[in-house]
Design a protein around this ligand. Sequence first.
Ligand code: SF4
Length: 281
Amino acid sequence: MPRILIARPTGFCFGVERALRLARNALRKYPRVWTYGELVHNPDVLRELQNEGIRIAARISAVRDGAIIIRAHGCPPEVLTQCRARGLEIIDATCPYVRRVQQVARRLAAEGYQVVVVGERNHPEVRAILAAAAPRALVYSPARRFRKTEKIGVVAQTTIGRDRLKAAVANLLDFGYTEIRVFNTICAEVTARQAAAVRLAKRVEAVIVVGGRNSANTTRLAEIIQPHCRRVVHITGPAEIDPAEWQGFCRIGIAAGASTPAKVVAEVARILRMSGGRKDE
Ligand code: SF4
């Protein structure tokens, strides 16, 4: 039987756990509960929520009544304005760590800084940060230059790798801005998961990364461990495992994103153990 090692921490992070709790509590209180976009980037969890009666709204204009959950990624202020205009009950599940990034960005903009957000341009969290500091915020790009006298304020999407923030700051420093303020707004939980996954990757023959394909922190996890292990495979859940593929492996690692339920990780581990067989070392 292959040895299965699981990177810890695993299971939902604090922000996802909180968002799910708020959404389920809302179901007890309001006849109709919606989430603005996918509450978490995990298909299994979304299916469960849907079965419990929680619906997804891609646009606020599609919601007529009831309660709307703002997901852990947060949302631009105009979305809240639209919700109020439609008389919806707002349940704000923005993760407190994400809210902090919005607050820092807003404060920097108010103090006259050009805010630079290191992250993925189209990610909802980044869009919300940009909106919080508009019009003084944009997404970091190595090619983008400002006047050298411009005051630059840097924040990061909570789920990016530390290396990406370091590279962006190094590039800004090289350009010679006289004032750069950097806020490390990467989530400590994400950093801990990334470090644990790298440690694990160095000890095993292959790592299976479990989580939604549109989950930023899961995708990043897979990218970060790639240089440390010969085989890294990203799957969304147990249904994507072919036990025959894993026969002959002695040590397989599992790492999971912050929106992957612990029970999904446990099931992946169970299937792998059943795959049996040993690979000669
Ligand atoms: S990964 Fe961190 S920032 Fe994102 S929801 Fe979880 S706790 Fe919050």
